[in-house]
Design a protein around this ligand. Structure first.
Ligand code: PEP
Ligand code: MG
Length: 582
């Protein structure tokens, strides 16, 4: 029997999953075909002509913008393809004779055209195949406009992403059917990987030319514990997956039922384990997994899959939903962290060569005051009966923080409400090095280890090539955390860590030893982290961790950490492999 082909990539989110390959991202999406009745044929053809007109208008508008990537000649090609009688004829014929809906018909014709263009083998026609993909993807995108429902699949899929993985690659689809993701690019703390981790979707990245070896619809098995992708795997290989998952799930369920209550270390120190959430339904998960509060609401996801900026009323509804679902527990609402790898489709973002170093988060909000004030006003109106705080991301300088605070206070005055508790998300090196000065001006602090490490290591968090540099146990990084935690204790201001580091059980005892009393993590890991904390003595962990200053080498630090974890929590860490790896 022929052995399955195996590709090797970089594991971003551990776990295993199998399904049919579904291509996205300037590629051919192999979607499930949807049938229609004869009576519906006319409507689908009318819709086809409508979206063709919409695409031509939008391309012309995009081409007219300053610095547009669409030149006059590209515009000409796109218009030509959209009006091509043969393309139109084939789509209409597929709808009429095969009785497939418009999207399925466009995809069938697209697949056929691309095969033919590529088979011709000339560079010119190969290039045209990427143009027709672009045009068809745009046409199809109009069919999902104003439709906040994620696209459904009829069978379990493995997303095959022919570029860097983005958050909307996951959020636009029915997550329950996504068994795993394989992508060309993406880093361990990219926002897409964070979302995948929160939904337990294994991810392997860093594999080039996926489209040369995988065909849409191929059965794939992704072993993201090892970074392997098997093409057309044997049944016996696939059959091993559920067993691995079940034993871990069973264990986590047991812990979840146990940890619907606060946790104390063995020597009686209470530690809060809160949840990071992106979508309102995540709050239900947070409550289900026993969160002591919501330590980070990533509000920019309010903009995902939307075609326009939500007005104040819609935002109020969103925050009320979050606060009420949290059932009175404290929620830290982070104002919108737009930019980097989170750019809403409709947002007029300038082209930047270094988006993570560019116009992002508070830098945008201070300039776009109307967006900032609308969000603050909505949070404060929704929060009248609730326990919430406001957190500002990407603050670099004290001046920026003072400016932000002034806007918050202005909105509170205008609404006649009490100024809420406000804090800074420390994720820019300059700010955390100045944390003691900041502490005099803020009510609380949180550390965003994802961005902080990205900026300290000068390694783009979305780039799979440099994701090996993401290593929270770098001695210099631990020193920064240690100092910040000490400042918070000395100045009696609460401090949490809400970056991915806090959610990795490998780091729980270490962070407790550094003196951390507030964790904010993905909901699913809350019971695991609580269980670990309950087995640790705060004083003993602090005593052991006080010696790490003498460790200068990262490998030595890892050796020390493994040994330390064994002493603190025994071998329980082996029981939840998919909770780790970040
Ligand atoms: C961080 O940077 O660590 C953080 C919590 O924010 P985000 O991951 O959303 O950028
Ligand atoms: Mg951040």
């Amino acid at each position: 029997m022929k052995k399955e082909e195996k590709l090797v990539g970089i594991p971003l989110v551990p776990g295993k999953g199998a399904g049919s390959a579904y291509f996205i991202g300037r590629g051919l999406e192999a979607s499930s075909r949807v049938s229609i009745s004869r009576q519906e044929v006319g409507n689908h053809i009318i819709k086809f002509h409508e979206i063709r007109e919409m695409a031509k208008k939008d391309y012309a508008l995009l081409a007219s913008k300053k610095d547009s990537l669409i030149s006059a000649s590209i515009l000409n090609i796109y218009e030509h393809l959209i009006d091509d009688p043969s393309f139109i004829g084939q789509v209409v014929e597929t709808i009429t004779t095969k009785l497939y809906d418009l999207e399925s018909s466009i995809r069938i014709v697209l697949n056929d055209l691309v095969k033919r263009f590529n088979a011709a083998g000339t560079p010119y026609l190969k290039e045209r195949s990427s143009d027709i993909i672009e045009v068809c993807e745009r046409l199809i995108s109009y069919l999902h406009e104003n439709n906040n429902n994620s696209k459904a699949f009829i069978e379990p899929v493995v997303l095959v992403v022919l570029r860097t993985l983005t958050p909307s690659d996951i959020l636009s689809y029915d997550r329950k059917m996504i068994q795993a993701i394989v992508s060309v690019g993406g880093g361990k703390t990219s926002h897409a990987a964070i979302i995948a981790r929160a939904y337990s979707i294994p991810v392997v990245s860093g594999i080039k030319n996926l489209q040369d070896v995988i065909c849409p619809g191929d059965k794939l098995l992704v072993d993201a514990d090892k970074g392997y992708v098997y093409i057309k795997p044997s049944e016996s290989l696939i059959s091993k997956i559920p067993k691995d998952r079940e034993s871990e799930e069973e264990f986590i369920t047991k812990l979840r039922l146990k940890w619907q209550r606060p946790v104390f270390t063995r020597d009686g120190i209470q530690i809060d384990v809160m949840a990071n959430v992106s979508l309102p339904e995540d709050v239900e998960e947070a409550v289900k997994y026993g969160a002591d509060g919501i330590g980070l609401v990533r509000t920019e996801y309010l903009l995902s899959n939307k075609k326009g900026f939500p007005d104040e009323e819609k935002q109020i509804e969103y925050y009320e939903n979050i606060f009420s679902k949290a059932g009175g527990k404290h929620c830290i609402v982070r104002v919108m962290d737009i930019g980097g790898d989170k750019v809403p489709e409709f947002f007029d973002m300038p082209q930047e060569s270094n988006p993570f170093m560019g116009w992002r988060a508070i830098r945008i909000l201070l300039e776009k005051r109307e967006i900032f004030e609308t969000q603050l006003s909505a949070i404060m109106k929704a929060g009248k009966k609730y326990n919430y705080s406001i957190m500002v991301p990407m603050v670099s300088t004290m001046q920026e923080w003072l400016d932000a605070k002034k806007v918050i206070s202005h909105v509170a005055d205008k609404l006649g409400v009490k100024m809420p508790q406000c804090g800074v998300l420390f994720e820019v090196p300059l700010a955390i090095l100045e944390i003691s000065t900041f502490m005099g001006e803020i009510d609380f602090a949180s550390i965003g280890t994802n961005d902080l490490l990205q900026y300290l290591t000068a390694a783009d968090r979305t780039n799979s090539k440099v994701t090996y540099l993401y290593n929270p146990i770098e001695p210099a990084f631990l020193r920064i955390l240690k100092d910040a935690i000490k400042v918070s204790k000395d100045m009696a201001k609460p401090l949490s860590i809400c970056g991915e580091m806090a959610g990795n059980p490998l780091h729980t005892a270490l962070l407790v030893g550094l003196g951390l009393k507030k964790f904010s993590v993905i909901p699913r890991n809350i019971p695991v982290i609580k269980e670990l904390i309950s087995r640790i003595s705060f004083a003993e962990a602090a005593e052991s961790v006080s010696h790490i200053d003498s460790i200068a080498d990262t490998k030595d630090m890892l050796r020390w950490l493994k040994n330390f974890n064994k002493n603190m929590v025994g071998d329980i860490l082996d029981k939840f492999p998919t909770a780790m790896g970040i």
